[in-house]
Design a protein around this ligand. Structure first.
Ligand SMILES: Cc1cc2nc3c(=O)[nH]c(=O)nc-3n(C[C@H](O)[C@H](O)[C@H](O)COP(=O)(O)OP(=O)(O)OC[C@H]3O[C@@H](n4cnc5c(N)ncnc54)[C@H](O)[C@@H]3O)c2cc1C
Length: 774
């Protein structure tokens, strides 16, 4: 993400604050936090420093001490905190108790508790779970009865994090047993230091004392401990759980990843035999892609939450999705930590013992092991991930799954709506097969996009007869075409071809682009060769001068939509070793073309050139940079198209599993299928966010652009496998017929997967910056 001037100034302000206030001692405490959040002894002093600066509760309403920041400011703040190893302050008061008070408390309750929570004067714990009530929380039995001006509590709460440090508890109690279990629950907030309340420590598998069991024996708390109405507690409990599960985790995870990179360097400082170092570096690159995607999606959540406006369809499921995605990624990072630790990861030293060099055990190895043990809890606390998947599935089964990859402005909304309407009208699924029966049959689609919709110039500047759009418009168009399974020839011509011409910046290119906007020119780009896989620079095609005329000789592999194109843009190496882009007439002499049908029905061609005359050389000097830029933007557009295809597959799968009955009930009633669909949905939503977040990559350096594009593309490729294969599987035998759109979508995804390089290649590009892997 590129920061504005104001955002950079804000980032500097946060950095200056951290440089001045984050003492070595507090930073070390933050660095050594392997549990859910920092220990009381570190967290509270840091929270008080933040409170003094007015930054302890940035998400709160401004009237109660919130900061009124933009989503970007929240992100910058969280990122800087994580990068500096600042302690993770307890969310129990700030993120869980406080929003309940703001939403349901009386003015007196707010005034009594909110300032103390913010300033780190009170310290809170959560009394929800009981020995007999975990996932099925509504079955809870801890009781409270009203006696005069007091509530009298009897029962027990368990797994109560930091209760041994806490001054206060928010708690669910049963106040009525006559109706449904959910109806007789009340929400209390009270001080813990009372007769009749006992706290017993529970030691975790990491040897830490983080949680406890709390016993209530005729414990009396004041009547105004009640929040909201008596027996309204279930509504409040659910509200609170959404806050517990919401929030942004990506900045913290990025901090953890940076730490893993450091420990990888340390662990292999003396070299290592074999490829272990490289294997782990690629695993870290893979984790980075997952963090990037989560980060992009969390920004969308934050923007929707703070900015209001149109809410994405997945918004009601966002807390559960965020919980699952963030905790599973967090757990994955701890596994990588363990991989890096190697043999020393098995020791049971404390971090302090390791730091004192009792044995030659690096502190990071001990940290990795403790984090690994501690973070098994991440998929259990706050509602287990199985239960979250139940909730996500319940939402998905009734949800609209077609969301644009980008927030739309008015013009873009009109463009997308008219394209979708046109596609539904002119190109329903049954017309697709005849439309791609021959390489030439696709021409009416091109003409329709040009003349009926005027879309071919949507991404071109106005002086070329375009509408002044750019990459965002191309992504939106590709997404809509993907949903209708007609990505070509738009993607190879109006995206890859047009972007290459624009990147070359040649007046001769402008003429072609203008003609393309009118539908007269259709481009095909011949850049890959049989021996080069998807490496643009591995070229054997030669450009040479023969009798005053430039010619090429060589071969090009699977050139999309070459047949029917009016012009070919062919890469070739000249005598000086430069990569040049040659404009060719498809009817020129010395061309051999062999049409090949791809598995999705689209046509490509193997091309061979034997002293073929070149019409013109486009651009001056080496064209590597221009071709890479065009290739990167086309990769993103292909990602957007894949998102469109996946949305169609997801929608079809949800419909099918809701209608098809087996064993006397709809397929969608089976939990195994629900969880699979929840995973498909989360992968899809993240792929959309990852692609959408890259709409501004043209402002980046080529290296940064490559890293961002490849990271997003890895997310797309993984989602394409999960959603494509899942859609076929959940359709059973019907998924294997060529008659349903689902099979066609699956094949189109498979073609997109091959076109711009696979996961391994893109992971290397992501890893290149950090680990020196090329
Ligand atoms: C480190 C840690 C800190 C915690 N802190 C607190 C705290 O401060 N306050 C508090 O109140 N609680 C806390 N908890 C408790 C936590 O909320 C519960 O552990 C959680 O809700 C699960 O309940 P359970 O442990 O009884 O597991 P169970 O509900 O018994 O579940 C056992 C297994 O069965 C699965 N399962 C259960 N029901 C279903 C279903 N319908 N479909 C599919 N699978 C299902 C679960 O996913 C799990 O894998 C904490 C837990 C941990 C691990």
């Amino acid at each position: 993400m590129n920061l504005s001037k104001d955002e950079l100034a804000f980032r500097d302000e946060v950095r200056a604050f951290l440089a001045a206030e984050l003492t070595d001692e507090i930073r070390l405490g933050g660095h050594r936090t392997s549990g859910i959040f920092s220990d009381y002894e570190v967290g509270i002093p840091w929270q008080r420093v933040l409170a003094k600066r007015g930054w302890a509760a940035p998400h709160w309403p401004v009237e109660w001490g919130g900061c009124g920041w933009t989503p970007r400011q929240h992100d910058i703040f969280a990122s800087e905190m994580a990068a500096a190893d600042a302690p993770k302050v307890s969310p129990l008061g700030l993120v869980m108790a406080a929003p309940v008070l703001v939403a349901f408390g009386t003015q007196a309750q707010k005034e009594r508790w909110l300032p103390d929570i913010r300033n780190g004067v009170s310290y809170w714990c959560q009394g929800y779970s009981e020995p007999g009530s975990g996932s099925d929380l509504a079955s809870l039995q801890c009781r409270a009865r009203r006696e005069g001006n007091e509530w009298v509590i009897n029962g027990s709460k368990i797994w109560t994090t930091h209760a041994h440090n806490a001054t206060h508890m928010f708690c669910l109690v049963r106040t009525d047993s006559s109706g449904k279990p959910q109806q007789g629950i009340s929400f209390l907030m009270f001080e813990l230091n009372k007769p009749g309340i006992q706290i017993r420590p529970i030691i975790s598998i990491s040897g830490d004392h983080e949680f406890n069991q709390v016993f209530f024996d005729e414990a009396r708390v004041p009547a105004d401990a009640l929040i909201g109405e008596e027996n309204q507690g279930w509504t409040i409990a659910k509200f609170l759980l959404e806050h517990e599960r919401g929030g942004s985790s990506a900045p913290f995870l990025r901090g953890r990843l940076a730490r893993l990179h450091e420990s990888l360097q340390e662990a292999f400082a003396q070299g290592a035999p074999g490829t272990e170092h490289e294997d782990i570096a690629l695993s870290l690159a893979n984790a980075q892609c997952r963090i990037d995607a989560l980060h992009a999606w969390e920004q969308e959540v934050l923007t929707a939450r703070i900015g209001g406006g149109t809410q994405p369809a997945w918004m009601p499921a966002a807390p559960s999705m965020g919980k699952v995605l963030a905790t599973e990624l967090k757990q994955h990072l701890t596994e990588l930590g363990l991989d890096i630790a190697g043999v020393y990861g098995a020791t049971s030293l404390t971090i302090e013992e390791a730091a004192a060099h009792a044995l030659p055990v690096p502190e990071e190895s001990v940290f990795a092991t403790r984090a690994y043990l501690n973070d098994r809890a991440a998929s259990i606390y706050g509602g287990t991930n199985e239960v979250q998947r139940n909730l996500i599935a319940r939402h998905v089964l009734g949800a609209e799954v077609v969301e644009p990859v980008l927030p739309l402005d008015e013009t873009q909304a009109m463009l997308v709506a008219s394209l979708q309407g046109w596609l539904q009208d002119k190109l329903p699924f049954d017309k697709r097969v005849p439309m791609i029966a021959t390489p030439e049959a696709i021409a009416p689609l091109w003409q329709g996009l040009a003349h009926e919709l005027g879309l071919l110039g949507a991404a071109l500047p106005e002086h070329l007869g375009g509408m002044g759009g750019g990459l965002p418009e191309q992504m939106l168009i590709c997404q809509a075409l993907g949903a209708a399974l007609v990505g070509e020839p738009y993607s190879s011509s109006a995206v890859l071809g047009a972007n290459l011409l624009q990147a070359l910046g040649d007046p001769a290119a402008d003429v072609l682009l203008q003609a393309m906007a009118d539908g007269q020119v259709r481009l095909a780009v011949a850049a890959l060769e049989p021996a080069g896989r998807t490496d643009l620079s591995r070229l054997q095609t030669r450009l040479f001068n023969s009798q005053g005329q430039m010619h090429i000789s060589g071969r090009k592999a699977l050139v999309r939509c070459a047949t029917g194109a009016t012009h070919w843009l062919v890469s070739a190496r000249d005598d000086a070793g430069h990569l040049r882009i040659c404009l060719l007439d498809p009817a020129a002499s010395g061309v051999q073309r062999r049409d090949v049908r791809l598995i999705d029905g689209v046509w490509a061609a193997e091309l061979a050139f034997d002293q073929t005359p070149v019409q013109a050389l486009i651009g001056q000097g080496d064209a590597v940079a221009a071709l890479s830029q065009a290739w990167d933007t086309a990769t993103l557009a292909a990602g957007a198209e894949a998102v469109g295809v996946m949305q169609a597959l997801m929608r079809d799968t949800l419909n099918y599993t809701s209608q098809r009955k087996q064993f006397g009930q709809p397929l969608a009633a089976f939990q195994a299928l629900q969880h699979r669909m929840a995973d498909m949905y989360m992968a899809l939503v993240q792929a959309a966010a990852a692609v959408g977040a890259c709409a501004d990559v043209l402002g980046d350096s080529p290296e940064r652009r490559a890293e961002r594009v490849s990271s997003a593309h890895v997310t797309v490729l993984r989602a394409a496998r999960l959603v494509g294969q899942g859609a076929v599987q959940l359709h059973g035998g019907m998924g294997m017929t060529d008659e349903l759109a689902v099979g066609h979508g699956f094949k189109r995804l498979t073609v997109i997967e091959q076109q711009f390089g696979g996961v391994a290649q893109h992971l290397r590009r992501v890893a290149a910056g950090r680990s020196g892997l090329g």
